[in-house]
Design a protein around this ligand. Structure first.
Ligand code: BTN
Length: 266
């Protein structure tokens, strides 16, 4: 597998108007602590939305809920800088949009159909192949959303930490069969940008239906674990911001976070 470099990362953004746009920063690092942290530094220095940081490895990759994100060679690790205004933020399913773009890039480049496990996982055959970490803050310019995306493109199985080997996987297990990472990145940027700009224009309904079509847990009875309680209900769909709508004892409840599992997995 030919690796990424600064030129191929820049090239991957050339079809995009927003990602890597005119004044945006595009950075590539062979190894970085965390692309989210680097992009936060760049944002503090005035980087505009559409800026992107990509790394071939991370040594302090972060996942949801304060977990570490294993980031060995063979994966793609990137963060996008977004500055939705308040109105857009109210209808932006950001994490879901990142996960959908990854799944679509997998279909386009690798001819495999990935599914979404709400709220932020992309899975192949029941194992996690990508994860999304959205970090929202405010600064003097308004909302700052850093969307981190980690994709296990072609990580050899023994490079995953032992405890992840049963639950994580790569898109391709044999690195010699992997699509060029720059090609994957290009598809991912293009899919993400199309969806993001659709939401910005006021659309986005098709995103929810495209995401729903990749969510096998919809229509099933699920258990959602929250810090303070566990709820069982039927997963009925997604609301406008990507919240999971459950029917619980005849009532409609919307969840914005939590660990979900099917009550009766197949
Ligand atoms: C999760 O599933 O828990 C989210 C994982 C997000 C990992 C990505 S890799 C690029 C970016 N930089 C980080 O430190 N984390 C995110």
């Amino acid at each position: 597998m030919t690796g990424l470099d600064a030129a191929s990362v820049r090239q991957a953004a050339t079809d995009c108007a927003f990602i890597g746009g005119r004044e945006a920063v595009v950075e590539f690092h062979p190894c970085l602590s965390s692309t989210n942290d680097r992009l936060a530094e760049l944002a503090a220095q005035g980087a505009v939305e559409g800026s992107v940081v990509v790394a071939a490895q991370q040594d302090q990759g972060r996942g949801r809920l304060g977990r570490a994100w294993a980031s060995p060679a063979g994966g793609i690790y990137l963060s996008l800088l977004l500055r939705p205004d308040a109105a857009m933020l109210r209808r932006l399913p950001a994490t879901l949009l990142g996960a959908l773009a990854v799944a679509e890039a997998i279909s386009l480049c690798c001819d495999r159909e990935a599914v979404l496990k709400w709220p932020n996982d992309v899975q192949l055959e029941g194992r996690k192949v990508a994860g999304i970490l959205g970090e929202l803050t405010r600064d003097e310019a308004g909302h700052l959303l850093i969307l981190g995306i980690g994709v296990n493109l072609a990580i050899p199985e023994d490079s995953f930490p032992e405890e992840l080997r049963a639950t994580a996987c790569s898109i391709v297990s044999d690195p010699s069969q992997a699509p060029p990472p720059a090609e994957f990145l290009r598809a991912l940027f293009a899919r993400f940008e199309e969806h993001y700009l659709a939401v910005r224009r006021g659309g986005g309904v098709s995103i929810l239906s495209a995401a729903s079509a990749r969510m096998p847990m919809l229509g099933k009875e699920v258990r959602i674990r929250l810090p303070e309680r566990t709820v069982v209900g039927v997963a009925n769909g997604l609301n406008q911001t990507g919240g999971l709508v459950l029917e619980v004892d005849g009532r409609r409840e919307v969840f914005v976070a939590g660990e979900v599992e099917e009550v009766r997995p197949q």
